[in-house]
Design a protein around this ligand. Sequence first.
Ligand code: AMP
Length: 296
Amino acid sequence: MKIKYNFDVLPFSCSLQLMLVFDKIAAFKDHLNQYSKGSIIGFVPTMGALHEGHLHLVSEAKKSCNIVVVSIFVNPLQFNNSSDFDKYPITIEKDKALLEEIKCDLLFIPNATEIYSQKTRLKFDFGTLEQVMEGKFRPGHFNGVAIVLSKLFHIVSPTIVYFGQKDFQQCAVVKTLIEDLSFNMKMITVPTVREASGLAMSSRNQRLSQEGLSKASSIFAGLSQGMQVLKETRNKTKTKEQIQKIVEAACIEVEYIEIADPKTLLPADTDLRQMVICFAGFLEGVRLIDNIVVDL
Ligand code: AMP
């Protein structure tokens, strides 16, 4: 356990809230057992390289919870591509400073040996939820997500967990995980935080060049125009073509564009009142995802 501030040097009037940092499960659980009885614990699991999207989740948690816990763990089990894992940005010191500034209470930052002290034998199967989009293109991804979140949920025992709508399919998987395994916690989905250009904030954006960042904004431009086409025509093919045209003009290679039922994530029937358009593609070797919910 590391305590960031030296109490001896703080003036009496100082009202600094201290963020405690833990890297060991046992010490972290001991602390929670000792100090969190009766508290509303908000939990924001992350893979670090924090940006305003993550910080917005923490701010939302602070509104409703007495104790806010953030975890940073780049989970090897959810990467189906080892080079994506190797290149995942790591900015621990900056992350800590950002979390301290926003007055996060507890940071849990274990290493892989701590989380995976033994090989996980269990496998999750989310059925059709993971046979489409991210599940289809990243085999094993949601199994890895569900394994690590189950472990983290048991370690933190949160009252409320916060997830970003940017990872729309992940939210559906986490909802299923919580319901099916009776995790005693509420889940809140927070809208996607975007750059002024419309680009969804993402840790992976750090790997883009300036030019790439500007090109990547055409993903949200494409989704927004696609939404208009869908509203006007209800024609899924025309909608996808419109989005594809816009993103390909910015040299983005499309992996998928799907128009789905937000509840099942299966292809949307044309008479639905709400649909979600989900996108994944590559720019400068970086995989980017985004989505937009369309009310019809
Ligand atoms: P990650 O570190 O990418 O695993 O993300 C941790 C959490 O932050 C997940 O619940 C994400 O959905 C959420 N998140 C990531 N980017 C954004 C964003 N731009 N706006 C809102 N939430 C986000």
